[in-house]
Write a protein that binds this ligand. Structure first.
Ligand SMILES: NC(=O)c1ccc[n+]([C@@H]2O[C@H](COP(=O)([O-])OP(=O)(O)OC[C@H]3O[C@@H](n4cnc5c(N)ncnc54)[C@H](OP(=O)(O)O)[C@@H]3O)[C@@H](O)[C@H]2O)c1
Length: 335
């Protein structure tokens, strides 16, 4: 019988993603432990103004039973956490807070696994240096496309395969909206339908402006080529009222309009998001509804394509589970 080690985590953020993370571990923890040799337990959950400690197997208590938040250092020590999981908003006001907490954990030798993106864009170098100095790791799958394992490919799986370009539709809402425009919907109708299906958030502006797609490709470029996301320039063409004509024109030529985010070693530190007509045979043409895909251009090895993976709180939570297992499971033999 395989030996199973323990990995306690402190979770920061108990919104839809944080809750799905806790629920998934409660349901699947035994199976994950048997398969991967590590039992992941949630030792504490922190939200904006309160936290709770959990004993093994205990469910998260109602908010009325939570206590005021303790300093993170104290909570990490008391829970003997091996991983600090971040699922707080990716909003500019929380950027510094997210960075400071991640740095506290990394400097103590606690691995960080995050679905929160904002601090990765601004504090990449600091986070990397802190992790290297303390021998800890930071994993960001939840920030680069939820359950789509594009970050793993960019960061580790393609090492040595000579990836020189990244071309992606990593934002499901933009792809969905463009396809609806191509069917004759107005922009307003397309966005309403995306919201109705749970694809778009209440405010889809960063999906339509190209900002979200650019963020993901900035992070993938950082993983693949060591670019500092803070010094990457973005040139993005938004999806707007005027895009309907281009979407309909593309269909009339048997093509599909896509918001393609790209980066290339030939143009260092630049990420573009362009509305491009794609043709049959192009993996980005083949996307349907809110699907996502990334094409890693590897001239010698051949292009490597990853697509699929749910864009949902559960998809992001599963990416957090995957990364938590990745940084804590025994790595010997075939693994
Ligand atoms: N939803 C998705 O499909 C998806 C997919 C990929 C990535 N993500 C990323 O995952 C992250 C979490 O998203 P979400 O949808 O679960 O919810 P969210 O609305 O981004 O986060 C809400 C949670 O964060 C907590 N929070 C706010 N400020 C905090 C602070 N200073 N310290 C600790 N906790 C704090 C809130 O506390 P209170 O409960 O006290 O308000 C709440 O529990 C975001 O960064 C998002 O971009 C989401």
């Amino acid at each position: 019988m395989r030996e199973v080690s323990r990995a306690d985590v402190v979770l920061s953020g108990y919104g839809p993603v944080g809750q799905a993370f806790v629920e998934h571990l409660a349901r699947q923890g035994d199976g994950l432990a048997r398969r991967h040799g590590v039992r992941v337990g949630v030792g504490a959950v922190r939200a904006s103004s309160a936290q709770c400690r959990l004993r093994e197997g205990e469910p998260v208590p109602p908010r009325s039973e939570w206590s005021p938040p303790a300093p993170l250092e104290e909570t990490l020590d008391q829970t003997a956490a091996r991983v600090f999981v971040q699922a707080i908003p990716s909003s500019p006001p929380l950027r510094r807070h997210a960075a400071e907490e991640a740095l506290v954990a990394l400097r103590r030798g606690v691995h960080v696994v995050t679905a929160t993106k904002s601090h990765l864009l601004s504090h990449w170098r600091d986070l990397d240096e802190a992790a290297r100095a303390a021998g800890s790791m930071i994993r960001i799958s939840g920030a680069t496309g939820a359950a789509l394992p594009a970050g793993d490919l960019a960061g580790t799986s393609l090492r040595g395969l000579g990836c020189t370009t990244i071309r992606a539709c990593p934002n499901g809402t933009a792809t969905f909206v463009l396809d609806r425009l191509a069917e004759g919907d107005s922009l307003g109708e397309a966005v309403r339908e995306a919201r109705r299906r749970g694809t778009a958030e209440a405010d889809p502006s960063s999906d339509l402006s190209g900002e979200d797609a650019a963020t993901k490709v900035r992070l993938l470029s950082a993983l693949a080529w060591g670019w500092d996301p803070a010094s990457v320039q973005v040139r993005a063409e938004p999806v707007g009222e005027g895009t309907s004509r281009a979407a309909l024109d593309a269909v009339s030529r048997a093509r599909r309009l896509r918001a393609v985010a790209s980066a290339s070693l030939d143009e260092p530190h630049l990420v573009r998001v362009r509305l491009e007509e794609t043709e049959p045979g192009d993996p980005l043409y083949a996307l349907a509804g809110p699907e996502k895909a990334v094409v890693f251009g590897c001239p010698e090895a051949g292009d490597v394509i990853v697509s699929g993976g749910r864009s949902s709180p559960l998809g992001a939570a599963l990416a957090l589970v995957k990364d938590t297992i990745e940084v804590t499971a025994p790595r010997t033999g075939f693994l």
